[in-house]
Design a protein around this ligand. Structure first.
Ligand SMILES: O=C(O)CCC(=O)C(=O)O
Length: 294
């Protein structure tokens, strides 16, 4: 089944219903083609290299025909604008909000899949967090189409409904997946627990460029170390909103403080009565009835 596409001004509640059903949605043309051209220019010093000089290590998971660069908030002003997109913010807030006082940016990566690349191993972005699945979300990813995403050039593959799979269920050959086919400027939003992977690039000359920006709970360690990834002089020049988003703030009064800190950091929004239902992974869950039987 194809993924559901929304217009940039669609109702939030409709988008949330679709994410709950499929684990992913596409919002068409949320960014302008001009901003996508600008980000391409900003990232050209990294993405313009041959794949053999990829700033990130090429391996079986990351692909041998794929060029990647991270630390995007320090490299591109457009990446910062996309990270703060108000439509995305409402979605993230609705899904991660019940688990935290405020969410934060976790991972940034531009991914340029080149001709001849094979399909990436399907995976969940939440592997490194030992919470039991299915369950409340701790991570949401967005991949913006800097180029058109097509089935042929490596559009992300999404296993619809896989966010409901238990921990011990992984994709098999029989599982069907949808392609995140979308025009440049569109974005796919998917849950951290949704199985997905970069697609195979069957073309001889077309590159698929995605701008990945993922978010996590404000109290959880970010996947990418934003304090090191964004040089401090660049971080100082960001807007206060973006500084907070990448982690320069205190979560709910007590996580992330330091002696001599700016007291304004204490003034971040504190969500009343948030209460996470995240629990440890089933492998370590003493309350799991199946485990007791064994
Ligand atoms: O490039 C994509 O479409 C997905 C990439 C991805 O999931 C990853 O590298 O972890």
């Amino acid at each position: 089944m194809a993924l559901t596409h929304f217009a940039y001004d669609s109702e939030l509640k409709d988008m949330l219903v679709s994410i709950e059903a499929d684990g992913a949605i596409i919002i068409d043309n949320l960014a302008t083609p001009e901003s996508m051209d600008q980000i391409a220019r900003e990232l050209a010093p990294w993405l313009g290299k041959p794949v053999s000089e990829s700033p990130m290590i090429n391996d079986k998971f990351r692909g041998f025909q794929t060029l990647r660069t991270s630390g995007l908030i320090g490299k591109s002003t457009v990446a910062g604008q996309l990270a703060l997109d108000p439509t995305i913010a409402k979605i993230i807030d609705s899904i991660l909000g019940p688990q935290c006082a405020d969410y934060q940016l976790s991972w940034t990566q531009a991914i340029k899949i080149g001709p001849g690349e094979v399909a990436q191993l399907p995976h969940r972005d939440t592997y490194m967090y030992p919470f039991k699945r299915p369950g409340p979300e701790c991570f949401i990813n967005t991949i913006w189409a800097q180029s058109d995403f097509t089935r042929e050039n490596g559009a992300t593959r999404i296993y619809q409904g896989s966010h409901r799979w238990p921990d011990n269920r992984t994709p098999t050959e029989d599982d069907r997946y949808a392609f995140a086919e979308m025009p440049k400027g569109s974005v796919i939003v998917f849950l951290g627990s949704t199985y997905h992977g970069g697609g195979r690039n069957e073309t001889i000359d077309s590159f698929r460029v995605g701008i990945g920006l993922a978010y996590t709970l404000g109290w959880l360690r970010q996947e990418e170390n934003q304090y090191l990834a964004v040089p401090i002089e660049k971080a100082r020049a960001l807007s206060a909103e973006l500084q907070r988003l990448i982690g320069y703030r205190v979560h709910d009064r007590y996580i992330g403080w330091y002696e001599g800190m700016d007291e304004n950091l204490f003034r971040v929004v504190t969500r009343k009565n948030y209460q996470t239902e995240l629990r440890g992974n089933a492998l370590h869950d003493d309350n799991d009835p199946d485990k007791k039987k064994a």
